[in-house]
Design a protein around this ligand. Structure first.
Ligand code: NAD
Length: 427
C-alpha cells in the first residue's frame, strides 16, 4: 500500500488541480518532488555491533517558502510514503497561509526495539546524513509518528555541533527550554478541535448529543479527544495499535490517558484522583471502530485505513482526518455518495504545522510568546482557513477536500506566476 500512496496523492492533486483556477504549468510544477535524499545511517548498538538504518528526506515544493515537515520513525517508511506526506505538507501549509513549502522525512525503524541511547544515536546519525539538506531557511523538520520533543532536541543539538552555530530555528517541536514553543504539544489536536467547533456551528451540532470515535490515541488523537470531551462531546470509542474500547455512554478521556501512561494499554477506566475503576464497555477492533454508528469519526493513526473495500461500511456523518491520508482516493466517491462530510487532513491537522511556524518565528526573532498568544493566533489562522475552505466549497459546489486543494493550489499558483508565466514570456 505504501508504494501506491504517492500515486494516490498525485491522482487527487491532478483531479483537484484541474478544478482550480490555475494553468497546467502550476499543476505540473506540483507533480514533481523538488529534491530527495536517501541515506544509510550506521548506528552503534548497545552490544557494540553496528546496524544500518535507511533514512529519507524529501523537499517537495518551495514555491511559498522553505520546506517544512515532520520526521517519522516507523518500520513501513519508504520513499513513496515520504513523498506523499511531503506533497500533503505543501498543500497544508498553503491552505493555512504559512510562508512554507512542504517536506517530510523518515527512518525505517521500529523505535520500540531500540534502547533510549540507540534512539539518540540514530537521531544524531539522521542529522549527520541530512545536515546539508535541511536548514533554517531551506527545510525545517518537526516530529511525526513515533518521534517527539526529546528527539527534536537531539537533532537540533547535532545540527548545531556540525554547523558550529546556535540554530534553534532548524527544527520545531523541541523541548521548551531548547527553544520549543508553548502550545506545540496539543497544537494538532487543538487545530482539529477548532475545525470541529466551526463544523458544529455550521451544522448546528449540540456537543452533548454528538458522539465521537477516535482511532489512534497518540499526540493527535489524545488531544482532540480531550478537548472535545472537555467541551461536552461524547467520546464513545478510542483505540491504539493494540485495539480499542467502546461504550455508548462515553468515556472520561483523561482517565484513559493516565491509565495508558501507567500501563501502556488502553483500558476503559474512570479515575477519581488515583483510584481507577473499570467501566462498562466492549472491546473493539480498529477495523470495527471505523464502522461505528457515530456522528464524528476521527482517524488519528496511519494513512489508508479507509479504502474502497471498507468505505461502504462507514456510518459516521462526519470524518475529521487528524491522520495524514487516512482515506484513499478510491474511497472518495463512496464517501461522497453516502453523504459523509469530510474535513480533510490538509485542514484538520494543520494546527501542528501552524504552531511549528510560531516556534520558528519566535526562534528567529529571539521572542517567547505566551500560551494565550499562541492559542489566539492559532484560532485565528484555523478559523480563517476553515471559512475560506467552507465558503469556496459552497460557492463552487466542491467537497471540502476539493475546496481545500483549490485554495492551496491557487495560492501556490500565484507564487509560480509571480516568477513569470507562459503568457509573460511569449509576449
Ligand atoms: P503518535 O506516534 O503520537 O501516535 C500514533 C497513535 O496511533 C498511537 O496511539 C498508536 O498506538 C496508534 N496506532 C499506530 N498504528 C495503529 C493502527 N494500525 N491502528 C490504530 N492505531 C494505531 O502519532 P501522532 O503524532 O499522533 O500522529 C498520528 C497521525 O497524525 C499521523 O498520520 C501523523 O502524520 C498525523 N499528524 C500528526 C501531527 C503531529 O503534530 N503530531 C501533525 C499532523 C499530522
Amino acid at each position: 500500500m505504501a508504494d501506491s500512496i504517492f500515486k494516490d496523492a498525485l491522482v487527487r492533486l491532478q483531479k483537484y488541480g484541474e478544478s482550480a483556477n490555475v494553468s497546467q504549468d502550476v499543476i505540473n510544477s506540483l507533480m514533481h518532488p523538488l529534491a530527495m535524499m536517501k541515506s544509510t545511517l550506521p548506528v552503534r548498538m548497545d552490544d557494540g555491533s553496528t546496524e544500518y538504518f535507511t533514512g529519507y528526506r524529501c523537499r517537495y515544493n518551495n514555491a511559498l517558502g522553505p520546506t517544512k515537515g515532520g520526521i517519522r520513525y516507523h518500520p513501513d517508511v519508504c520513499m513513496a510514503e515520504i513523498q506523499a506526506l511531503a506533497l500533503w505538507m505543501t498543500i497544508k501549509c498553503a491552505v493555512v497561509g504559512l510562508p512554507y513549502g512542504g517536506g517530510k522525512g523518515g527512518v525505517i525503524v521500529d523505535p520500540k526495539h531500540l534502547s533510549p541511547l540507540e534512539l539518540e544515536r540514530l537521531s544524531r546519525a539522521y542529522v549527520r546524513a541530512m545536515a546539508d539538506f535541511i536548514g533554517p531557511q531551506t527545510d525545517i523538520p518537526a516530529p511525526d509518528v513515533y518521534t517527539n520533543a526529546r528527539i527534536m532536541g537531539w537533532m537540533m543539538d547535532e545540527y548545531e555541533a556540525i554547523k558550529r552555530v546556535k540554530a534553534p530555528d532548524v527544527i520545531t517541536g523541541k523541548p521548551i527550554r531548547l527553544g520549543g514553543s508553548l502550545g506545540r504539544d496539543d497544537a494538532t489536536g487543538r487545530g482539529a478541535y477548532l475545525c470541529i467547533l466551526q463544523l458544529s456551528k455550521k451544522m448546528q451540532l449540540v456537543p452533548e448529543k454528538t458522539t465521537v470515535a477516535v482511532q489512534g490515541f497518540g499526540n493527535g488523537g489524545y488531544h482532540v479527544a480531550r478537548l472535545l470531551h472537555d467541551a461536552g462531546y461524547k467520546i464513545v470509542a478510542i483505540s491504539d495499535s493494540k485495539g480499542g474500547i467502546y461504550s455508548p455512554d462515553g468515556f472520561d478521556v483523561e482517565s484513559i490517558y493516565e491509565e495508558k501512561q501507567r500501563s501502556r494499554v488502553i483500558r476503559a477506566v474512570y479515575c477519581d484522583q488515583s483510584v481507577c475503576e473499570i467501566v462498562a464497555h466492549d472491546g473493539i477492533s480498529n477495523e470495527d471502530l471505523l464502522s461505528l454508528d457515530v456522528d464524528i469519526l476521527i482517524p488519528a493513526a496511519l494513512e489508508g485505513v479507509i479504502n474502497k473495500n471498507n468505505a461502504v461500511s462507514v456510518k459516521a456523518k462526519y470524518i475529521v482526518e487528524v491522520a495524514n491520508g487516512p482515506i484513499l482516493s478510491s474511497a472518495d466517491p463512496i464517501i461522497e455518495e453516502n453523504g459523509i462530510l469530510v474535513i480533510p487532513d490538509v485542514l484538520a491537522n494543520s494546527g501542528g504545522v501552524t504552531v511549528s511556524y510560531f516556534e520558528w518565528v519566535q526562534n528567529r526573532q529571539g521572542l517567547t510568546w505566551t500560551l494565550n498568544e499562541i492559542h489566539e493566533r492559532l484560532e485565528k489562522i484555523i478559523v480563517d482557513a476553515f471559512n475560506a475552505v467552507w465558503n469556496l466549497s459552497q460557492e463552487r459546489e466542491f467537497s471540502l477536500r476539493n475546496a481545500a486543494y483549490a485554495v492551496a493550489i491557487e495560492r501556490i499558483g500565484e507564487a509560480v506566476e509571480a516568477h513569470g508565466t507562459r503568457d509573460y514570456f511569449n509576449n
